[in-house]
Design a protein around this ligand. Structure first.
Ligand SMILES: Nc1ncnc2c1ncn2[C@@H]1O[C@H](COP(=O)(O)OP(=O)(O)OP(=O)(O)O)[C@@H](O)[C@H]1O
Length: 632
């Protein structure tokens, strides 16, 4: 961190005159691995055992490059409080440049420098800039105020008091013009399918901008902030952004084809053509630039439309190399001279971030409210748990202690395990939507993975306890399972762990796979296999030798074993008056299921189940933290 670098976060909650920074980027080159090259290399390696050259390859006569250069030696400068439009034909590299300026690229090879007020800033750069993505990733069940307060709680320095945070949120609500909607929910279609009354697209975009504004950033980058909005909302959003620049904030946004009223708001336009900078200047200067290139702006024409069309023609013409080279030469000789020489001083001292525990409590509060407000999912999970419990109870109702009851007792135990291990599948849509929100918020640096994971798991564990208890206790009482207080609570404990285990399995798979179809297919495959080897359908010692060992890989086997031991150990079972008595004692039942050779007590089996639950708990975290990266 640079000691005398940047910003004016102060505890007053207001923007100060020192707000805003100068941004200079020099010779930015960004390359990514060419997947086509990799593919071709693999094919060639397969076909020939000869050593393959790692240089360029030919594909149907054309050269396939090893790396794709998405940005090539791009330089530019943005002054404090400027409203800058990043323009260019589709695929020219606007989003790539915006991502690089906001330091959001985590893949590829990047060279060049990014200077803030003339200095490199390192990690603290992220603290002075905000990024607004094209899609609004907001929690639908939260209100506008809660959304902004969430950002204030997590992103403002820990030294801010509650009152100061609320003042900052109110200031932002004022800036984005949403004071009257402060207590409206973001709304939309909830993951479970329930539709909540929603804010308009423009209002949602304002909330996203508001989230970026809470920390009072000096620089805001926006990826196509007007896409998908009607022209009135688009203009209104752009005017809001312009107002921010009057307070010293530097705003850079990529735009497609803004209407003339929007075009006139920009202080500066940057034109990117095929990964190279072709022009930086005011809207008057761009008129002259294109006129000199032989594209004078016709009367009554939208300049953005016209220049974009001209840029496409230029990029495909044989003048392209000449045009970008000339711009580069101009920039290196005269462009840098135009940079103001006395940038504002900066101070980063107040940036003491919120502790992990602080993040955990804020996230827990939000998770809890979201869970309660997502009543469709809560209700259906609880309802199906109780109904299943009743059904199991009714089907296996009034169990006795005879030889014929042995199969029924083990049946009801297995069906409860089975019911609880599939219950988390009802939440896949919620898990997937939370994952998308988490990815967006983690990319924005709102919180760390660990507090988020612990907060969501705290809620999940509470849900697991409620559902497992509701289902199992209903069945237990109606079916008349072995009634002793300690045995009842032991049962409940095991069922809660089964639910937590199943939750963690589905969450791990969700974090790895990321799409509904894949999560469902792989999750259900895993659970069905685990059920098959749980020891109920085929006692473990009767499994074919070749894959009998597979029961060791099923966490449902120790779960089933612990419950069976709880139910049958040292229990005498009535014998029929006539005929043989196969299982006079519950211990004989355990022998028949092959449980006695694996586990001596219910505690032993439970220990293995708890080990499995811990394994999947850790796997969920690893999958969330490492296998779930947003590739940008
Ligand atoms: N990771 C990547 N690997 C390979 N090519 C990529 C990668 N990221 C971007 N590209 C390519 O780089 C080019 C520039 O992409 P970018 O998204 O920056 O363009 P853009 O100007 O923002 O386009 P649009 O206006 O359509 O959003 C495109 O051709 C895109 O396909």
């Amino acid at each position: 961190m640079n000691g005398d670098a940047v910003v004016d976060i102060n505890n007053s909650g207001t923007y100060s005159s020192a707000h805003g920074v100068q941004l200079t980027f020099k010779n930015i080159t960004y390359k990514v691995v060419n997947q086509k090259y990799k593919q071709q290399l693999k094919e060639q390696q397969k076909q020939s055992s000869d050593k393959v050259s790692l240089l360029n390859h030919r594909e149907n006569g054309a050269t396939v490059e090893k790396e794709l250069v998405l940005l090539n030696n791009v330089s530019g400068h943005i002054e404090r409080g400027e409203f800058v439009a990043l323009m260019g034909p589709s695929g020219s590299g606007k989003s790539t440049l915006l991502d690089i300026l906001a330091q959001r690229k985590s893949t590829g090879t990047l060279t060049g420098s990014l200077l803030v007020n003339g200095k490199e800033m390192g990690d603290s750069y992220k603290k002075i800039c905000s990024y607004v993505t094209q899609e609004d990733t907001l929690l639908q069940t939260a209100t506008v105020f809660e959304t902004l307060k969430f950002y204030a709680d997590l992103k403002l320095p820990a030294s801010f008091s509650e009152r100061e945070k609320i003042e900052r949120v109110e200031q932002v609500l004022d800036d984005i013009g949403l004071k009257e909607h402060a207590h409206s929910k973001i709304g939309g279609t909830l993951p479970g399918g329930i539709v909540l009354k929603a804010l308009s697209g423009g209002e949602k975009k304002r909330v996203s901008i508001g989230c970026a504004l809470v920390t009072n950033p000096s620089l805001i980058f926006l990826d196509e902030p007007t896409s998908g909005l009607d022209s009135v909302s688009a203009l209104s959003i752009m005017k809001t952004l312009l107002n921010l620049t009057h307070k010293g904030v530097t705003v850079v946004c990529s735009v497609h084809q803004p209407r003339s009223e929007i075009w006139n708001l920009f202080h500066k336009i940057m034109l990117v053509l095929k990964g190279k900078m072709a022009f930086i200047g005011t809207s008057q200067e761009i008129n002259k630039y294109f006129e000199d290139l032989g594209y004078p702006l016709p009367n009554h024409t939208n300049p953005a439309d016209f220049y974009l069309d001209s840029a496409v023609l230029l990029a495909d013409s044989n003048r392209y190399d000449d045009v970008v080279q000339k711009w580069q030469q101009y920039w290196e000789t005269d462009g840098y001279k135009a940079i103001s020489t006395s940038p504002p001083a900066l101070n980063l001292e107040n940036f003491n971030s919120v502790s992990y525990y602080g993040q955990y409590t804020v996230l827990l509060r939000r998770c809890f409210k979201d869970f309660i407000r997502n009543f469709g999912n809560v209700g259906s999970r609880l309802f199906s748990a109780v109904v299943l419990g009743l059904l199991f109870g009714a089907c296996f109702g009034g169990l006795g202690n005879s030889q014929t009851d042995i199969q029924k007792i083990s049946g009801v135990i297995f069906f409860l395990i089975s019911g609880l291990s599939v219950t988390p599948f009802t939440s896949i849509a919620i898990f997937l939507s939370s994952r998308a929100l988490f990815n967006a918020e983690r990319a924005a640096g709102v919180y760390k993975t660990l507090p988020y994971f612990l907060a969501t798991m705290t809620i999940e564990i509470c849900v697991a306890m409620t559902i497992a208890f509701s289902m199992a206790s209903v069945t237990y009482s109606i079916a008349h399972l072995r009634w002793e207080v300690s045995r009842f609570f032991w049962c409940m404990l095991v069922y809660v762990f089964i639910h937590i285990l199943a939750d963690c399995i589905v969450l791990t798979v969700t974090n790895i796979c990321g799409t509904m179809d894949l999560v469902f297919a792989s999750g259900s495959f895993l659970i069905v296999v685990y059920q098959l080897f749980a020891g109920f359908f085929v006692p473990v010692q009767q499994l074919p030798k070749a894959f009998g060992w597979l029961h060791y890989l099923s966490p449902l086997f120790p779960a089933f074993s612990s419950l069976m031991i709880n139910e049958f150990q040292d229990r005498s079972i009535d014998c029929p008056e006539i005929g043989p008595c196969l299982y006079p004692s519950g211990n004989d039942v355990l022998v028949m299921f092959g449980i006695n050779t694996e586990y001596k007590s219910r505690g032993d089996a439970f220990g293995v189940l708890a080990g499995w639950a811990t394994f999947y708990f850790i796997a969920t975290f690893i999958a969330l933290a490492s296998l779930n990266k947003e590739k940008r």
